[in-house]
Design a binder for this molecule. Structure first.
Ligand code: FAD
Length: 696
């Protein structure tokens, strides 16, 4: 957020904390009409809140989010939207408390939000945009959020616009409502997570805080991630004052899902106490379901997003253009990318020397490196653009990825000699480095590595076995995690080496995988390596691993999802009967929401890295969201293909050349490698939410 947005947030957060504590929300629920606190409304007026004349949509979204956190008993969003609409159409007079009917009306506006307390209702009645101001209010009705809903008769009204203009004005107002209600739901979801986290820290069962149970941690980590994703998506949709309809719908849907899941998770974390009216979480739970329903069934909203995407020719949003991005595209177009992909598919080796060296020759492998390394000094946002383009093209870059992360680690933790001997050769595309961390008995618990390294004069003798040493059959070095001291705590007895792969005693055996990718088992028998290849201190390997693990996450995580959707759509466009089917449209719409949200999480990670921070929790959120979204999308798009969905690449008539079927298999590994989804959830729960350490 900008400094200005931070300041605004602090002002509104302070206001709602002072003026709208939960006791006041409860008191308003019992008032008549329910859900409206007129004194609070007056105080909000003193702050300029209900009108916020001249404010941008982004500023209103900041206010709406803080209002949502407090579930304040005033109709802030509806009044803001109605006021803007009345101003836009040049309506006479300025009602004190206008509201808007979201559903098209037919002489009667049904269950209007804030209808029981409004002095004006703006509605789309047939082909006319009208404002009704005459006391035609029906009595407030009992309802889920105890909100001041009421049905209005529109008989006494003034016409504001007619025909297409009326429909367009109303549609824009409803889009603004989607964005601002999305913001309010994000605030509600954030607070629901906080309430759940506080309870989970304080409540003990079985002698420990319940927040140390993984079942609790992981559910809260999932909803915290979903709410963060929705927050970024809402902010993105609010950047233009006239929100893009597709982004407004995506933001609203993401916020609806995030807030509902967050409130439900937090209620559940409270056990039986969440069910008691005395606890605040029920206030959030009821509103999380009620607020989105003002627009109707959220499933209809998803279907509507599908229709919008169809109307736009299924053109997925393009990233902002830049000279660098254009350069990368030009190089990829010329580098034989398709042939390299085909070779990688045939061999299972997700690396292609000719392609890799071509890109290295163009300086792209060193793009993010400082000029003293011969790099282009691109910042992390540009590196994000580079990886987006590589992933969109499906380029075989596994070897680049592992080598780059080791080179980065050497730049921080290696000796001068290691840096100067190795880094330039990586950046020029001459060599690859593979990762030797995982073992038969240590995967997620990587610090339990048992491969022994014993000192013998100036040399070390290594014995052991590593699993999943991807690209060991192409690499010049393996970055090997070994145990040098078995007599101390496991994290303290580790040492890392950069071992040349042509050292006698190393054996490489292929492992074939579910999606055809090749990885390897590597065996080390009396492998002798000079001490000069040790990286970091003896027994100080965990410090080096911490650096290496921080570099492991790629700057973008959503490229594969983007590619899957583009491949599917390119094929489906040639089958017009498919893309008109409602179930197909809703699945594509759902994947679109996931993609846009994932993109925002990746951008946040890149922005933090560019600012010199180490975004560990934000990186885990981006990885968790994007890999789980890829699994969901691949499975649901596969289903849309029906019987033909089983056809693999090479089969005549395989839909999209078998790309969806392949991605359904491949997507599984994205939730495993570079830290499983469970490991990411634990990081989010413990380091992000501050929950107590689990008893793993
Ligand atoms: C295709 C592929 C390529 C790979 N490439 C490399 C490579 O180049 N170099 C390398 O070193 N490794 C590589 N790996 C290994 C990868 O990093 C590990 O598979 C991963 O870390 C998980 O370890 P594991 O397979 O032993 O599973 P385990 O750690 O045994 O996990 C099994 C299940 O238990 C869950 N689990 C484990 N611990 C916890 C916990 N504390 N809390 C909750 N749940 C838990 C996991 O989430 C998982 O669902 C690769 C793996 C694959 C499949």
């Amino acid at each position: 957020m900008s400094a200005h947005a931070d300041e605004l947030r602090d002002v509104f957060r302070g206001f709602f904390a002072r003026e709208s504590p939960p006791a006041r929300v409860r008191a308003a629920e019992d008032a008549q009409p329910p859900g409206f606190d007129s004194a609070l409304w007056a105080r909000a007026g003193e702050l300029g809140l209900p009108a916020m004349d001249g404010a941008t949509l982004a500023e209103l979204a900041v206010a709406a989010r803080e209002y949502g956190r407090a579930v304040a008993p005033i109709p802030l969003v509806e009044t803001l939207v109605a006021s803007r609409l009345l101003t836009r159409v040049g309506a006479d007079g300025a009602p004190a408390l206008p509201t808007v009917a979201l559903q098209p009306a037919a002489g009667v506006a049904h269950l209007v939000p804030a209808g029981a307390v409004a002095d004006a209702v703006v509605a789309l009645d047939g082909h006319e945009l009208v404002v009704a101001t005459d006391g035609a209010v029906a009595t407030a009705v009992p309802n889920l959020a105890r909100a001041p809903l009421a049905t209005w008769s529109l008989t006494s009204r003034t016409v504001l616009a007619r025909g297409a203009d009326a429909a367009a004005q109303h549609a824009r107002a409803v889009d603004e409502w989607r964005v601002l209600t999305g913001a309010a739901l994000v605030g509600l979801g954030q607070r629901a997570v906080e309430i759940g986290v506080d309870y989970a820290k304080a409540r003990h069962q079985f002698g420990v805080p319940i927040g140390s149970f993984q079942a609790i941690q992981h559910r809260l980590a999932d909803v915290a991630t979903a709410v963060d994703a929705a927050d970024l998506l809402v902010a993105h949709a609010a950047t233009t004052d006239r929100p893009d309809p597709e982004l407004a719908a995506a933001a609203f849907l993401a916020a609806t899902r995030g807030a509902r899941d967050a409130a439900a998770a937090s209620l559940h974390v409270h056990g039986g106490y969440g069910f008691m009216l005395e606890y605040d979480i029920q206030l959030y739970f009821r509103r999380a379901a009620a607020w989105p329903l003002a627009l109707g069934d959220p499933a209809d909203e998803l279907a509507r997003l599908g229709d919008l995407l169809a109307d736009a020719g299924w053109a997925l949003p393009e990233p902002p253009p830049s000279a660098f991005r254009a350069e990368v595209r030009a190089v990829l177009a010329d580098a034989g990318t398709d042939e390299a992909i085909a070779r990688a598919d045939t061999t299972g080796t997700v690396h292609d020397w000719a392609f890799h060296r071509r890109l290295a020759g163009q300086g792209l492998v060193a793009a993010g490196w400082e000029p003293e390394w011969g790099g282009q000094g691109r910042d992390d946002r540009e590196v994000l653009a580079l990886w987006e383009e590589l992933e969109r093209a499906g380029a075989p870059t596994d070897g680049w990825g592992t080598s780059e992360l080791v080179a980065r680690t050497l730049a921080v933790a290696g000796t001068d000699e290691q840096r100067h001997r190795i880094v330039p050769r990586v950046l020029s595309g001459e060599i690859l480095i593979c990762l030797g961390y995982s073992e038969p008995d240590s995967g997620s618990d990587v610090a339990a590595a048992a491969t022994r390294a014993e000192r013998d004069g100036d040399q070390w003798v290594i014995n052991g076995q590593k699993m999943f040493t991807t690209l060991a059959h192409e690499a010049s070095y393996v970055f090997l995690l070994t145990r040098t001291n078995p007599d101390v705590a496991k994290h303290r007895g580790l040492t890392l080496f950069l071992v040349p792969m042509d050292t006698p005693g190393i054996e490489v055996t292929p492992i074939l995988t579910l999606s055809g990718e090749r990885t390897n088992i590597t065996y080390y028998t009396d492998v002798r390596v000079a001490d000069e290849w040790r990286v970091g201190a003896v027994d100080g390997g965990w410090d080096v691993m911490r650096v290496a693990l921080a570099f492991e996450r790629r700057p973008t995580m959503v490229g594969e999802l983007d590619r899957l959707l583009r491949q599917y759509l390119e094929w489906a466009r040639r089958r017009p009967g498919l893309l008109v089917q409602a179930p197909v449209r809703t699945r594509l719409a759902s994947a679109f929401v996931d993609l846009e949200a994932g993109r925002r999480l990746s951008e946040r990670m890149a922005a933090l890295t560019a600012a010199g921070e180490l975004p560990i929790v934000e990186g885990s959120m981006a990885k968790l969201w994007s890999s789980e979204a890829l699994v969901r999308a691949a499975a649901s798009l596969l289903d849309t293909l029906g019987v033909d969905g089983v056809l693999s690449a090479g089969a005549p008539d395989a839909p999209a050349g078998g790309a969806v079927e392949l991605m359904h298999r491949h997507s599984q590994v994205t939730t495993i490698r570079a830290g499983t989804s469970e490991i990411q959830r634990t990081i989010i729960a413990e380091r992000g939410l501050g929950l107590p350490r689990s008893g793993r």
